[in-house]
Design a protein around this ligand. Structure first.
Ligand code: AMP
Length: 415
């Protein structure tokens, strides 16, 4: 069943959304992107004549009730965006009566799922090293199933539209799906879009395919780099990773971020790229600073000749040109992680050059997917979000999908 083909008339739908929105100290929403992202799914259900039970987590209350993370704070905002009144269930595990009383067109928002440890299924108050941990984990698994069944009992249909948590096997993201047959569970529109975008860069590749991996460390990106190596034509590795490669190749990197224990790994990536015929593009020059701050002194240096007291903080002018050349002719583009410390305006030029090249290629018909944390902040900082094909809402979920892992939230529905 799909969200488009399902007619929700007179059905109660329980929808897992990601309403983990940032709030200021007065409980006011500072960025409502996530609420807006779920609206097409929620509105489709209401306009079909169904009723809605909306569930989400917010923050990390670690299995305990905590007013700071109450979804009660966003009831008015959700109501305003949906254009209908929204009822609130202050205990997500005791909402049976309120759910049963819902009439077509009515909406019930459940309190934060993570007020119950069963949502994440992790035993609380017991150390992993404790001999009793295994038993506690088994017991928690059982109560997680019960919790998921309680949530499922509120509705006729289950919809998962929370891509941000799709890589987690939680009660509301995966376990609950066991209570519904395949005609009564489906992905929401946002999830469908995310899955399609990932599919475009992993399985439906138009060539040439250029992937740009940046950020601070090789160690956190290695799984993705290895998976992409079998798929891409050009692989740009930039950001802090640059200096681990430069050092591995015999360079001096001064105070630059460098993973000394990953030098061999860097060399093996270079070898693998050669074997597979992948054009590996590494930075050659950088903008170095004499401190980790926006207004330190700067100079352009070779990435292999950075003196003590200096650190590479952005891609240099020659590197920016090489990167742009590998991006501009591409037909499929994936960008994760900045080329420098873009948060400092004086070290954002490398990332801006990448964003410009992606925008140009996209205008010429390439499919570009941007995602995974900082690159989204980066593209937003440059005000260029509308010049790329797709910006993923998933951080960890997107990265795991690109690594080739099966996401439990999607597998639970698609099998
Ligand atoms: P990640 O979370 O691994 O994607 O890393 C993103 C972070 O890497 C951003 O906050 C950047 O400021 C940082 N970063 C990028 N290039 C460098 C660099 N050359 N030195 C230090 N940090 C960097």
């Amino acid at each position: 069943m799909t969200i488009d083909t399902c007619n929700f008339k007179d059905l109660k739908a329980i929808v897992r959304v990601d309403f983990n929105v940032p709030l200021d100290e007065n409980g006011k929403i500072t960025d409502d992107t996530r609420i807006r992202g779920a609206l097409p799914t929620l509105k489709k259900i209401l306009s079909d004549g169904g009723s809605l039970i909306i569930m989400s987590h917010m923050g990390k209350p670690k299995g305990k009730v905590n007013a700071k993370f109450s979804l009660g704070q966003i009831v008015d905002a959700v109501s305003e965006k949906l254009g209908v009144p929204v009822q609130f269930a202050p205990d997500c595990a005791k909402a049976g009566e309120a759910a049963a009383a819902l009439k077509p067109g009515e909406v019930l928002l459940l309190e934060n799922l993570r007020f119950y440890p069963e949502e994440e299924g992790k035993p609380v108050g017991i150390d992993k090293e404790d001999p009793a941990y295994k038993e506690a984990k088994e017991a928690m698994k059982q109560s997680q199933k019960e919790f998921a069944k309680t949530l499922a009992s509120y509705a006729d249909v289950y919809v998962n539209d929370a891509f941000g948590t799709a890589h987690r096997k939680h009660a509301s993201t995966a376990v609950i799906a066991d209570s519904f047959d395949k005609d009564h569970k489906m992905l929401g529109y946002l999830m469908e879009k995310e899955v399609k975008a990932v599919n475009n860069v992993l399985n439906n590749i138009q060539r040439p395919f250029t992937a740009i991996m940046g950020g601070s460390k090789v160690s956190t990106k290695i799984g993705i780099i290895e998976n992409l190596m079998d798929k891409v034509d050009n692989l740009i590795l930039c950001g802090g990773m640059t200096y681990t490669f430069a050092k591995a190749l015999g360079g001096e990197v001064g105070q630059s971020i460098c993973e000394e224990d990953k030098l061999d790994l860097a060399l093996s990536i270079i070898e693998k790229a050669k074997e597979k015929g992948v054009n590996l593009v590494l930075g050659t020059d950088c903008v170095a600073g004499d401190a980790f701050s926006n207004d330190c002194n700067t100079q352009v240096l070779s990435v292999k000749a950075i003196p003590a007291g200096w650190e590479g903080l952005d891609a240099g002018p020659e590197t920016r040109k090489t990167f742009a050349a590998a991006i501009e002719g591409a037909k499929t583009i994936l960008w994760n992680g900045p080329a420098g410390v873009f948060e400092f305006d004086n070290f954002a030029a490398g990332s801006k050059a990448i964003a410009d090249a992606i925008a140009k290629a996209t205008a010429e018909g390439a499919f570009s997917l941007i995602g995974g944390g900082d690159s989204v902040a980066c593209i937003n900082k440059f005000g260029m979000a509308d010049q790329v094909s797709y910006i993923s809402t998933g951080g960890g979920a997107l990265l795991e999908a690109i690594e080739g892992k099966v996401l439990p939230g999607i597998a639970a529905i698609e099998g």
